[in-house]
Design a protein around this ligand. Structure first.
Ligand SMILES: Nc1ncnc2c1ncn2[C@@H]1O[C@H](COP(=O)(O)OP(=O)(O)O)[C@@H](O)[C@H]1O
Ligand SMILES: [Mg+2]
Length: 405
């Protein structure tokens, strides 16, 4: 599937390419497939403007598009959020029309010409600063995103937007303040929210997510961009990913990266649920790398360079897995195949897990020497708490918009 605006002849589509919505927007092709809906490229027949349209079937029990529309409208005050154009209902689907931006960062990383799927520091740091700025804007407007990951950032397309990453996909966004302006008290157990690969450890623990957790996801994204992958990249089981994250979110994870990565992580580790991130500090850390390494905006992003970096013989080229979305609350069983997540039950015996983990280690998973195979044997097979049934889906099904309004 081509998520960058091309057509998808081979993929089953909810809407055919000739569909016209409200006599105005003509569908051109599918660019995204989520657990709850699909995203299409389309053209405005009156103005010839390129748009993106997200649709969701009315019979979809987990209708989240309306809530996304509410959040997106409220977030228009942030210039680094995709522009909302229109929304409504036609036939048996709800739709959301947005300006059409460019490719998402996950797709761009896949086609980076660098040897191991990493981005250069120049590209990584510039994107990192932009991601933090986008989230700062969203947070200032009272929302947290809760699904920060490369495929939810797309590059601008118009002349005045080129070279800048924009935040999309507010399907999991949530207001973190009460109407009084106070931070909402955290629920005892809020369920897992986000995408397993990039979610904060707090999310794996079903904790209420706050502004810090969006920045934690930026941190994991930036580690992945700089190294080419994360240690849990081949693991599909959410619980195992959580265990590995706890084990490896320490100085070892960033030992081959500029010192500022460690400072970034340490700042996050100090933060509590209600704390406001020190956005300037996070941006300054990235700027320090940028300056020290002589980065420049004149340099093209990696996807615009033809140059291929040398591949060190000892390193394996990482096969970049796509994001594995797990929205336990929204949908317990739907695996987003396209993104490689399998909702198979977690292996119950230590032996099985160890064998699997060791197989992965042999498979190149010990790429960063993060993983001591002997240690893998002691992976704790505790049962992680079941997600609370008090979650966005059930809230929404009951027509309660409290999580997003
Ligand atoms: N406004 C847009 N412009 C360009 N591409 C977009 C736009 N909105 C979404 N996309 C593409 O569609 C994909 C899926 O959209 P998204 O809103 O993230 O839906 P999902 O909930 O399915 O993840 C994105 O990763 C991106 O590649
Ligand atoms: Mg998305």
């Amino acid at each position: 599937m081509n998520r960058s605006g091309g057509t998808n002849q081979n993929t089953k589509q909810m809407l055919s390419n000739s569909t016209v919505i409200k006599s105005k927007w003509k569908i051109q092709g599918k660019i995204g497939q989520g657990a709850f809906g699909e995203t299409y490229s389309a053209v405005d027949l009156h103005s010839s403007e390129d748009v993106a349209i997200k649709v969701e079937k009315l019979d979809n029990k987990k209708m989240v598009l309306k809530l996304e529309v509410i959040a997106l409208k409220k977030l228009q005050g942030c210039p680094y959020v995709v522009r909302y154009l229109h929304s409504g209902r036609q036939d048996d689907f709800n739709f959301l029309v947005m300006e059409r931006l460019g490719e998402n960062l996950a797709d761009l990383r896949k086609r980076t010409p660098r040897y191991n799927g990493s981005f250069s520091m120049n590209t990584t740091v510039r994107l990192g600063i932009q991601m933090i700025e986008s989230l700062e804007g969203v947070h200032k407007l009272g929302y947290i995103h809760r699904d920060v990951k490369p495929s939810n950032f797309v590059m601008g397309k118009a002349k005045n937007k080129r070279g800048r990453a924009y935040l999309i996909d507010f399907g999991l966004a949530r207001k973190y303040r009460l109407p009084s302006g106070e931070i909402r008290p955290p629920r005892k157990s809020a369920g897992f929210r986000g995408t397993a690969r990039y979610a904060s450890i707090n999310s794996h623990h079903s904790k209420e997510l706050g502004r810090r957790d969006d920045i934690w996801s930026v941190f994991y994204v930036l580690v992945e961009f700089a190294l080419g992958c994360l240690p849990w990249r081949k693991i599909k089981d959410k619980e195992q990913i959580g265990e590995l994250k706890e084990r490896f979110t320490n100085a070892d994870l960033v030992k081959d990266l500029p010192l500022e990565y460690k400072l970034f992580m340490e700042e996050l580790q100090k933060m509590g649920y209600a704390d406001e991130p020190d956005y300037d500090y996070f941006k300054k850390l990235l700027m320090d790398i940028y300056k020290r390494q002589g980065c420049s905006e004149e340099e093209p992003y990696d996807w615009n360079t033809k140059e291929k970096a040398q591949m060190p013989p000892s390193r394996e080229v990482s096969s970049i897995m796509d994001d594995a979305i797990i929205t336990t609350g929204r949908n317990q069983t739907t695996a987003n195949d396209e993104r490689g997540y399998s909702s198979k039950p977690t292996p119950t015996t230590t032996t099985n897990t160890t064998t699997k983990l060791n197989a992965r280690i042999e498979n190149g998973e010990n790429y960063y020497n993060l993983f001591n195979p002997n240690e893998a044997k002691s992976v704790d097979r505790r049962n992680t708490p079941k997600p609370n049934s008090d979650n966005e889906v059930s809230d929404k099904k009951k027509g309660c918009h409290c999580c997003i309004m």
